[in-house]
Each structure stands twice: as C-alpha cells, then as structure tokens.
Write a protein that binds this ligand. Structure first.
Ligand SMILES: [Zn+2]
Length: 277
C-alpha cells in the first residue's frame, strides 16, 4: 500500500496532530523562544469531524485517536478517502505472486483496501456510513492540479487501474471524471452537505504528492463552499504523515522519531503541486 513503504516515519509522526509538542529538556536542544502550547480542539456532541485521507490508512495513522474521541463524545465522524490506494505496484505484486499485472488487479487491490478501511473504522466504533470513497487516482492527484485541471483537456487515465473516472456508484456530482476541478466539486459537495466543525487534512508540506495535493483540493473546495454558504465556518487542522522531522517551520525543537525507528527523508518526493495558469 502506498503509505506502507514509508512505515517507519509514519509511525514516528502519524499519531501526532498539530498540537503535539516536545519539551526542550527531553531533546537537550534549546528553544529559540518559548511558545504557548497549542491547544487540542474542543470536542462535544456538536462536533462534526471530517477527515480527508489521500489513501486508506492515512485516516487512522493521522487521526485515529481524534475520531474515537469525537465518536465517544456523541459527535459525528466522516472520512473522505480521496483515492483507494490502488496505485501501488509493489503491493499488488505481492498479492498476485509476481504474475503480470492488469488493470483488473489494481482495481481489485483498491476494493480490498476499501474493505480494510471499513474494518478499521468499525474497530473505532464507526459505522459503514462514516466512509466515503471518492476513488480518484492513486499517485495521480498532483497531475490533476498541474495538467488535468479542466474540461479543456481529456481526463487523466490511471496507468494502474486504467480508469479515467470513478465507478458510477461512488460519484457524488454527475459526470465526474479524473480532472482537478471535478475533485474540487466532489469535496465541496461533501463539505457543503456535512458542514463539518473540524476538517482534518494533510499538511501542505507533506512530501507525498497525493497528500499535499489533498490539502490543495480541500482549500479550493472550501472556497467553493463559502461562495454558496457565506456563513459556513470550520476549523481546518493538519496532520502530517511523510516528512523528515517534526515540527518543521517554527522555533520549536524538532521532534526525533521514537527509539528504534529511523527518521530521515520520507520517500524522497518533494511536492511540486502547482496549478498551471
Ligand atoms: Zn497516504
């Protein structure tokens, strides 16, 4: 699976939300300037949490504890899986015992990951209605931003599943295809209908292209929602799965990986998701 190849760093970082912090005394490195510790979001039965997962497994690695907390408080939880995590040849190869792979094999792998995701949500006490699978192309979200944005071009076709659109059963907005503006509309539909009080999305600095692209699409979708529902507000929180260290952009001390797990570059992919104008 897409994230599994980067498992050590996932374990180091995945469970840590924005409000994680490590004291300088533990690291031996001085703070440039003490900062107030960020507070976790307030949770109640009014909380409506939407977790954006680029691939099945990101939601549990990044926000399993928060989902459980919201559910226990009587709030509502939804997870939008942007892709099925089906663009992972190494994983499919293992499943298929090294025979030549076809689009059908990748599509089957995606369905298997959907099933695993539902089982993971069930383990957290969430029902099947908590999951929405958008089935956009794994390893292709950045391309939708950079090249396949609008109807002026044909849709992107996944080199893995051979699909150029999600299965009909999973389409929210009619005529959705693998284009950037179509994914924005799908996410805007989910946000506008569910009206989350908290949205959890990968941080834009996440080094996996699908992850930082997910951030871009959520921000774009929020703009669409606010044009139609000007009164809509939500807390936008980040989680990070793939990165060298944590935190990365302020004066606080970097957080080393847990003992026994290596840190270092995560996948070697730097996000260059930029929409062409
Ligand atoms: Zn992922």
């Amino acid at each position: 699976m897409t994230s599994a190849r980067l498992a050590p760093l996932v374990l180091a970082i995945g469970a840590i939300l924005l409000f994680a912090h490590e004291d300088s005394a533990a690291t031996g490195r001085p703070h440039a300037k003490p900062r107030p510790q960020p507070q976790p979001p307030a949770i109640s039965n009014d909380t409506r949490l939407l977790v954006i997962a680029p691939h099945p497994d990101d939601e549990v690695l990044g926000a399993g504890g928060l989902m459980r907390q919201v559910n226990a408080a009587g709030g509502q939880v939804r997870v939008a899986y942007v892709t099925d995590g089906d663009g992972y040849p190494e994983g499919v190869q293992l499943e298929e015992h090294d025979r030549k792979l076809s689009g059908k094999d990748f599509r089957g792998y995606g369905r298997k990951r959907q099933k695993e995701a539902r089982a993971a949500l069930s383990a957290l006490g969430l029902g099947a209605d908590a999951a929405t699978f958008l089935s956009f192309p794994d390893q292709g979200l950045c391309k939708l931003i950079r090249t396949y944005w609008s109807e002026r071009r044909r849709p992107f076709r996944s080199p893995y599943t051979r699909r150029d659109r999600p299965p009909n059963a999973e389409v929210l907005v009619p005529d959705t295809e693998y284009r950037g503006e179509d994914l924005t509309q799908e996410l805007a539909r989910i946000i506008g209908d569910f009206r989350p009080t908290i949205i959890l999305v990968p941080r834009k600095e996440d080094q996996h292209p699908d992850h930082c692209a997910a951030w871009y699409f959520v921000v774009d979708a929020l703009g669409d929602v606010r044009r139609v529902q000007p009164d809509f507000t939500t807390d936008l929180l980040n989680y990070i799965i793939h990165y060298n260290e944590w935190p990365s952009d302020d004066a606080r001390t970097a957080m080393p990986p847990p003992r026994g797990l290596r840190g270092g570059a995560s996948g070697g992919c730097t996000c260059r998701c930029r929409r062409r104008t």
